[in-house]
Design a binder for this molecule. Structure first.
Ligand code: ATP
Ligand code: MG
Length: 796
């Protein structure tokens, strides 16, 4: 037995780190055993490598229940010292061996402990690759969620028994990347929501699985609870919680300077949805501090879009509601010595911020010459700004932050600037307007926002946001940043869309080929489809880039479940049934959506002597591939009991005027046709003024990267217009009168009740695509194609 001091000095002499030593000596038995191994078994003099010390420590741990020296243990300890036993597993096998064997056969010992088996990283990779190949299907299916388990599995692979385990992880990661590609939204970690689990019900059915929710998982799932956001002045939290009663309060703060786009639908869902999920409240706050860019139509459109997406603002507010309060807070900031009026030009301010000759930042920073004015002088100057003594650009109120901070958001940001523009809400009351940096955090504070959620480009602003709240000693809301949603293959920027509109390349801001929300609505995309899509993407802190086809496939899936089917013919030709009477009528029942009669119902169509089919469904000749109507090849008309076969084709020049057919209504001779085609009875024809077949607006996935500019990337065939098409009249009218049908998706949390609009008249035109009515319809019918029926046919 050695004293603690002796142990410490021994361990130190062999090179054991101090913290490890302290740990080990806490356990008397283990430290005595280790001491015995070092001094008696190995007779060490001087330092040993750290790795070996750690293995010797493991050996001591293995022997801990025995105070007696263990026979033959020195075989193990010596092999550790000699570098033959390299891993904990080998040491543990070695220890087992000596305990279980009276006599030691060194060869047998080595074999049992994997001595001399040297697996390089390459060898391990080779073995792991075999494992990946053998389990490829499973690995691809589970993707990154299955990767952590692979480590455990790898350790069980017999050929890897003696490999160094610390090499496994980097190799597995490398192979995972090779097999799965980089992580994407499929790999967003989703915690199972309890209520989402399938629960057996009374009659032993399973309920449809509830959609996984972006609110309980990922970025939003991990947000703080109300009251948990840190404060510089904790007493302010009490007041805040009294105001909110501990609820989640959020806000959606658009600048009313343009139309919202698909990316904003994520912001809307994040803010309104998160509050709703927690039974809280969400403001719609128009961030109207820039009167030059604002227009009434944008306010209306923004409200409309939020409503369309199924959300209801708790209150609608405007940053301008708080102009008086904000002004007082600005004076207060001056009084606290934390703001000053500056007369520097924009150029001078840039230099102060370290602008170098080459135009980049990073040079030396220095203070504005006005930074150290007295409070009185600043107050006087600020009031002069307010009272119109300064022209635009001649004076700003700047926050006195920290120019030595590494963050540009701390380099004395502008709080107020002179702008001689009337404001649509406050008229010409103000000649100065607060900036985003001054306004946003303070209005969040005034409105008692518990979670101020914005996109990651504001990450650096968080510091100035908190600085200002603290400087004014007001409640500090928590700004948290999530990743933007972008659609590739299009442009979203206001400036770029404005150009497309001005050049009449598109029909306006709501042209169905664009991705503004107005456009998406006009195109006929159901709002529920957007929400479901965003929900499946989940929210993280990284930007989500989505190809148009991914969004489209999700829309298609949604429409498949929620729309009735109609027969529409793009290029009608008349067929006259020769062998029936002039007034022949056969009533044909056809479900609006086969298999879903309860929801969609059944309609009655009349097969008569005269009917229309599509020109594309007839050919003069047929071959194996061609299954539709041709002389010698009868065809079925959908749901009509017997086939029709060609008798005579009447032409006018090259053009087919009509086809005279026989109705093969002899039961005995019935033969199943190769296929069924669409038809519309002559008395049930509704002529469609225009069928607009919209395709991609751009040719490439990244129009903005085109060397000659995005306008050169325009697809000339982005809109084809079909005139002369027809549709079943009675059915179409029935669908129209029932719209908005608002068919629900079973189990979805996002079944929105759309209220009005031509776009709610949606249907699948059999074999052609999904369509909706366009606002240009007037008394006629104009249709937009929402999406194609299948993915590949949409590529052009
Ligand atoms: P853009 O620059 O694309 O025109 P914006 O940022 O100027 O948009 P705002 O009116 O300021 O538009 O946006 C209101 C809210 O919507 C902000 O909180 C903003 O972070 C968020 N937002 C804007 N674009 C996106 C996007 N692509 N994805 C998610 N959120 C977005
Ligand atoms: Mg903005």
């Amino acid at each position: 037995m050695s004293s603690e001091e002796e142990l410490v000095s021994l361990f130190k002499s062999v090179g054991l780190a101090e913290n490890k030593t302290n740990d080990i000596i806490k356990n008397k038995k283990v430290s005595n055993t280790l001491s015995y191994i070092l001094t008696e078994e190995l007779k060490v003099q001087g330092p040993i490598e750290e790795k070996k010390l750690s293995l010797l420590h493991s050996l001591a741990l293995e022997s801990k229940n025995s105070d007696e020296p263990i026979k033959n243990r020195s075989v193990v300890s010596q092999k550790i010292l000699d570098g033959e036993l390299k891993t904990n597993l080998q040491v543990s096998e070695g220890f087992k061996y000596i305990v279980n064997h009276e006599e030691i056969d060194i060869k047998d010992f080595d074999k049992n402990c994997g001595v001399g088996v040297d697996l390089s990283a390459e060898d391990i990779k080779g073995e792991l690759r075999k494992y990946f190949e053998a389990n490829k299907e499973d690995i691809l299916a589970k993707r990154y969620s299955g990767v952590p388990k692979l480590l455990g599995e790898a350790k069980k692979i017999p050929s890897l028994k003696w490999a160094t385990p610390s090499l496994f992880k980097p190799i597995i990661d490398e192979l995972a990347l090779e097999y799965l590609g980089p992580k994407d939204e499929r790999d967003v970690v989703k915690k199972e929501k309890k209520k989402a689990k399938k629960q057996p019900t009374k009659n032993n059915e399973t309920k449809p699985e509830v959609e996984r929710s972006m609110f309980s998982e990922g970025f939003l799932g991990e947000l703080h609870k109300p009251g948990e956001n840190p404060q510089a002045y904790p007493e302010l939290m009490k007041e805040h919680l009294e105001a909110t009663k501990g609820e989640v309060w959020t806000r959606f703060p658009p600048e009313p300077n343009g139309y919202l786009h698909i990316g904003h639908s994520k912001a809307i869902m994040v803010n309104f949805g998160y509050a709703k999920f927690h039974n809280g409240k969400c403001y719609l706050r128009f961030d109207d501090t820039n009167p030059e860019a604002e227009e009434a139509k944008y306010f209306e459109s923004i409200k409309d879009m939020i409503d369309w997406l199924g959300f209801k603002p708790w209150k609608i507010t405007y940053s301008s509601d708080y102009f008086d309060t904000l002004y007082e807070l600005a004076e207060e900031l001056i009084k606290r010595g934390k703001a000053y009026v500056c007369h520097c030009t924009a150029e001078e301010v840039k230099l102060q911020r370290g602008l170098k000759e080459d135009g980049t930042l990073g040079g030396e920073r220095f203070a504005s010459p006005h930074r150290d004015r007295s409070i009185e002088e600043n107050l006087t100057e600020f009031r002069k700004m307010r009272d119109g003594h300064y022209e635009v650009g001649k004076a700003t109120l700047r926050m006195k932050q920290d120019i030595d901070s590494p963050s540009p958001q701390m380099w004395d940001l502008v709080a107020y600037r002179v702008l001689n523009t009337p404001h649509h809400r406050t008229g010409d009351k103000w000649k100065i307007y607060p900036t985003y940096d001054f306004t946003h955090c303070l209005v969040d504070s005034i409105e008692n926002i518990s979670h101020s959620l914005c996109t990651t480009e504001f990450r650096l602003s968080r510091e100035s946001y908190e600085w200002l709240c603290d400087a004014l000693h007001v409640y500090r809301p928590a700004q948290r940043e999530y990743g933007r949603l972008n659609i590739t293959g299009t442009v979203l920027s206001k400036r770029k869309i404005a150009k497309l509109v001005d050049l009449k390349i598109v029909r306006g801001w709501d042209d169905p080929r664009l991705y503004t929300l107005e456009a998406i609505r006009r195109r006929g995309v159901p709002p529920g489809a957007i929400l479901l899509f965003i929900n499946t993407l989940g929210v993280t802190t990284s930007v989500t880039n989505i190809q148009e086809i991914r969004l489209e496939s999700s829309i298609r899936n949604y429409l498949d479940q929620t729309t009735p089917r109609l027969m529409m013919i793009l290029e009608p030709i008349l067929i006259e049934v020769d062998n029936v009477a002039e007034d022949y009528e056969e009533v044909i029942e056809m479900p609006y959506k086969p298999g879903d009669d309860a929801k969609f119902g059944i309609r009655k169509l009349k097969f008569t002597k005269y009917n229309y089919i599509d020109r594309q469904d007839y050919r003069d000749e047929f071959d194996k591939e061609y299954r539709r109507l041709a002389p010698g090849q009868p065809v079925g008309l959908m749901r009509v009991p017997f086939n029709v076969s060609v008798k005579e084709v009447i032409r006018n020049g090259d053009k087919i005027e009509k086809i005279i057919v026989n109705y093969d209504n002899n039961k005995e001779e019935y033969k199943k046709p190769k296929t069924f085609i669409q038809w519309i009875g002559k008395d049930d024809v509704l002529k469609i003024k225009e069928i607009r077949i919209q395709n991609r607006l751009f040719k490439s996935e990244n129009p903005s990267a085109h060397p000659q500019g995005y306008l050169q990337d325009i697809n000339e065939n982005s809109e084809e217009i079909v005139r002369g098409g027809i549709i079943e009249k009675l059915s179409f009218e029935e669908i129209k009168s029932k719209s908005p049908m608002n068919v629900e998706i079973a189990g979805s949390e996002f079944n929105i009740k759309e209220k009005y609009g031509p776009q709610t008249v949606r249907f699948q035109a059999l074999r052609i695509g999904y369509f909706c009515m366009d606002k240009d319809s007037g008394d006629d019918v104009v249709l937009n194609r929402i999406v194609t029926l299948k993915e590949d046919s949409s590529k052009n």
